[in-house]
Design a protein around this ligand. Sequence first.
Ligand SMILES: CC(C)(COP(=O)(O)OP(=O)(O)OC[C@H]1O[C@@H](n2cnc3c(N)ncnc32)[C@H](O)[C@@H]1OP(=O)(O)O)[C@@H](O)C(=O)NCCC(=O)NCCS
Length: 321
Amino acid sequence: MTLAALPGPPGTRILGLGHYRPGNVVTNHDLIARGVDTDDEWIKSRVGIAERRWADPDESVVDMAEQAASKALAASGVSTDDIDLVLVATCTMVTQIPAAAPELASRLGIHAPGAYDVNSGCSGFVYALNAASAAVLTGQARNVLVVAAERFSGWLDMTDRSTCIILGDGAGAAVVGPSDTAGLGPVVWGSDGAQFDTVAIDAESRLFRQEGQAVYRWATGEMAPIGIEACKRAGLEPSDIVAFVPHQANLRIIDALARRINLPNAIIARDIVTSGNTSAATIPLALSRMVEAGEIPSGAPVLLLGFGSGLAYAAQVVLAP
Ligand SMILES: CC(C)(COP(=O)(O)OP(=O)(O)OC[C@H]1O[C@@H](n2cnc3c(N)ncnc32)[C@H](O)[C@@H]1OP(=O)(O)O)[C@@H](O)C(=O)NCCC(=O)NCCS
């Protein structure tokens, strides 16, 4: 099924998508060769990852963001002169300040836009998408460039085999602009701050750590109703959804959520198999790759579901560009 519009008043939509994956492929066997005490079969069966991409040593978050953003801008047909706001969802900038967004805008030749970063861990892209949509709806921006870019290879504890095998690097981007019809459904977002410390970059070691089983239980137990609510608020049934693009944290979480939401007609994003978990970037990266491969037609209703550190989450239905 494809739709010209979601039910509801005129609004905003995604006008174009782009993505970037670094060229450096790191297989499970490569990790073993680097001394990680693991095995290919454990990672594939428990997490679903066969390989991930790591940036080159001199390749930064902004470098990857620039690649993805350039493609999204080209796909959207929107001129850089018509972008008034640049948002970057990331939690892996080496610097606290400056943020990535102003530098990215400058590199792309976008003159004097509003520019800031959004840090909500793995749910950051959906949060940024809604900040973009709100800015367009309230007349604060004509079009917004939304990018999620992560370079987790710089924050890995290579002695912790339960985390260093999961994370990767990459970027995805979308251009959000006005639309005579609704192309972005209402967001369903929230957080469970009682579990704020379960996914973190440790303040002392400056390395990623998480309580994997707590996050696993929370994601499989609490996130399906959020996805169902996002469909409902968009005026759709789960059976109307053509593609499900959840955060790519673990293939078993992805498949459990697809089963629990009950999406009989949806293709399921399983980009984790070859991209790993790129935190905020997983959703736009997977969505852009699926659209580029012709797996999701223009106008198809797609359910996005981001979740992770915070523990924060955000879900919404969007129409594919
Ligand atoms: C991270 C995750 C894959 C770990 O799986 P798990 O089954 O919870 O693993 P545990 O850490 O409890 O370890 C279970 C066993 O597997 C072993 N193990 C852990 N990592 C391993 C690896 N890479 N290779 C081989 N064995 C491993 C442990 O040593 C342990 O062995 P033991 O029972 O003999 O002590 C899982 O918890 C998960 O996906 N959580 C979701 C969280 C997430 O992805 N968050 C990202 C941000 S949203």
